[in-house]
Structures are given as structure tokens and as C-alpha cells.
Ligand binder design. Structure first.
Ligand code: FE
Length: 335
């Protein structure tokens, strides 16, 4: 084991431990969410980790640090952010049988630059009182005038909604996707505002009947004394696409930094994340689904209903992000 000395290019954040570590992680995920994983990895391998929590500007920071960057690993959520990192050249390709065995092809980059560890679905939260079971069917159906004045969502340009629209493009083409975005906008109960949980609160308050949201927020709301009431006013519906390919999912993923000083141990960390043990720990912690189909989800998550994840590769969906953003701007979704 080599001891490596490094200096941080900026003093924006302080690393949690002394600046000597075997695997340095830049994480967009909060420290408390990943700590059990880091502990599990160290216990298993004896390799220490050092995690820096970087909420905003992770890619910019890696670019600024360049070859001097101490980062070995990037942990973040959403294919938008992972693709952004890949496009900026701050990640590198990783070949590993363990990663390709445990992580389905649809949940990793075609060039092996990023890998999904867990996935979340972008689903519909539906009012238990005002929406009948079976009423929510497909994403495409959300543009039907029967939902007029009944839908709430966060900003159309947020990465979660760009990911969903990019998937609609993959299924239905650009033109149909634009008509769809316009149709959903026409059905909104109010202008997009707030985060996913704020939409569930709006259902609870009677402002709308259905809302777009990510699955794990159900778990997060149930754990919050104030928000549990919001969560209990809704149930999760897993929409399909009209072509029957399943529910839209996105990932919480990992990539190796382009200038990783400690490639070997970083790879061990990535492979640990793909192991059933780590996937179970992480998925339980964040209420997401393990990427490995052989690892069961947490009981609470299983209780939300059966999910059939869309089989379209995230790499293909990621390629439609720019087009999706242009559509959101053309229909002035938030306006
Ligand atoms: Fe989120």
C-alpha cells in the first residue's frame, strides 16, 4: 500500500479525514447516506476511504483541479450528471467483469464510463381519495385532457424531468415528445414550483390529484414526522410507456475520476459497490432499487408495488438530454 501525498486545489470544502487516504471520493450524495458503504468497504478490504461532499459544481471542480486532482471516485445521481461528467472528460473507462456481471447493461454507460449502483423510478404519486386504482396507466396518458388542472410537478428543466422527457423521446420520437410536454403543461394545476416532495404536499392539500416524483421520496417522507401525513395521502403508481417497455428509471451511480491517483483501489471500491452486500446496504439506506436484479430491494420499497423497469438503455436516453431541454424551452413548460 502506498502512502500518497496530495494537496487540494481549492479550499471550498475540507476533507473529512486527514488528507491521506487510499480511495478519495467526491460525492454528490450526503455523507450520512454513503457512510455505511464506506465502512463496509474498509471492513472488507482494509482500504481506507476519504469522502468529500460536493453538492454543486463537482464537474467544474474536477476540471479546475485537472491532473492534480486527488479524486479517485465520483458518486452522484442521475444520468444527466453522470453524462455531464463523461462529456467534460473528468471520468475514465473501467473494464471489470464484476461490474459487467452485476450491473445490467441498461444501467451502465456503453463506453464503461459510469455505472448504476442503484436505481430509482420516476413515478406518479396519486391521491388515494381522488384517483382510482388503475386510472394512471402510461406516461403518454398524462397529456390526456382528463387530467386537466390535476397534475403537479417540479420544474420541467430539472434533471429528473429532463431524464423522463429524454425517455419519452426515445420511445415516441421528438415530435410526439414535444406534443406530450405541451399536453402535460396544459394539464398542470399550477406553475411548476418546489421539489418532488412539495408536489405530494400539494396533493395532500387538495391542489392537485397526481404528481410526478421519484420513488425514494416516499421513504424519506415517511421518516419525517411532518411529511408522513403527505406520504400517507398518496400511493405510488408505476406508469408504463405506451409501447409497454416499463417504468422510467434513473440511477445513482459511480465513475472513476479521469486522473485517479489510486486506480487499483478505486476499482476495488467500484467492484465492492456492485456486490450484493453493498447494494443491499446502499439500497436500504436510500430507498432505491439495487441495480443487480438478484439483490432484493428493502421491504418498505417492495411494499410500494411491483416495478418493471424500462428496458431502454440509459445511455440512449442520456443522448436525448439536449433535445429534451430544447423541448421544455420551446413549450415554455415552467411559464
Ligand atoms: Fe432527489
Amino acid at each position: 500500500m502506498t502512502v500518497r501525498r496530495f494537496t487540494l486545489a481549492t479550499s471550498l470544502i475540507a476533507l473529512a479525514a486527514p488528507a491521506l487516504a487510499d480511495v478519495n471520493i467526491y460525492s454528490h450524495r450526503q455523507p450520512e447516506l454513503i457512510q455505511p458503504l464506506l465502512d463496509g468497504f474498509t471492513e472488507k478490504t482494509g482500504i481506507k476511504t476519504n469522502a468529500a461532499y460536493i453538492d454543486k459544481g463537482l464537474v467544474e471542480r474536477l476540471k479546475a483541479e485537472g491532473a492534480r486532482s486527488p479524486a479517485d471516485i465520483i458518486l452522484t445521481v442521475d444520468i444527466s450528471r453522470l453524462s455531464e461528467a463523461k462529456d467534460a472528460g473528468v471520468t475514465q473507462a473501467v473494464e471489470s467483469d464484476i461490474l459487467s456481471t452485476h450491473i445490467p447493461e441498461t444501467l451502465r454507460d456503453a463506453d464503461n464510463q459510469w455505472f448504476g449502483v442503484t436505481y430509482r423510478a420516476r413515478i406518479v404519486y396519486a391521491s388515494k381519495e381522488r384517483v382510482a386504482e388503475g386510472e394512471v396507466t402510461t406516461y403518454e396518458d398524462l397529456a390526456d385532457p382528463k387530467w386537466k388542472g390535476r397534475i403537479c410537478t417540479r420544474s420541467g428543466t430539472h434533471v429528473y424531468n429532463i431524464g423522463l422527457l429524454a425517455a419519452v423521446i426515445a420511445h415516441d420520437g421528438v415530435e410526439a415528445a414535444e406534443t406530450w410536454a405541451q399536453g402535460v403543461k396544459d394539464n398542470l394545476a399550477r406553475k411548476p414550483e418546489g421539489n418532488d416532495r412539495a408536489q405530494v404536499k400539494a396533493i395532500w392539500a387538495g391542489e392537485c390529484d397526481i404528481a410526478l416524483g421519484n420513488t425514494y421520496y416516499m421513504g424519506a417522507m415517511l421518516n419525517d414526522p411532518e411529511q408522513a401525513e403527505w406520504a400517507n395521502s398518496v400511493r405510488i403508481e408505476f406508469p408504463d410507456f405506451a409501447d409497454g417497455s416499463g417504468t422510467h428509471v434513473n440511477i445513482s451511480g459511480v465513475a472513476m475520476a479521469a486522473n485517479a491517483p489510486n486506480r487499483e483501489d478505486a476499482l476495488k471500491f467500484m467492484e465492492y459497490l456492485a456486490s450484493p452486500e453493498a447494494q443491499a446496504i446502499y439500497a436500504g439506506q436510500v430507498y432505491e432499487y439495487p441495480a443487480d436484479p438478484n439483490t432484493p430491494a428493502d421491504d418498505l420499497v417492495v411494499g410500494w408495488g411491483e416495478i418493471t423497469p424500462d428496458t431502454t438503455a440509459l445511455t440512449e436516453i442520456a443522448n436525448n438530454r439536449a433535445e429534451a431541454l430544447r423541448i421544455m424551452e420551446r413549450v415554455d413548460f415552467d411559464g
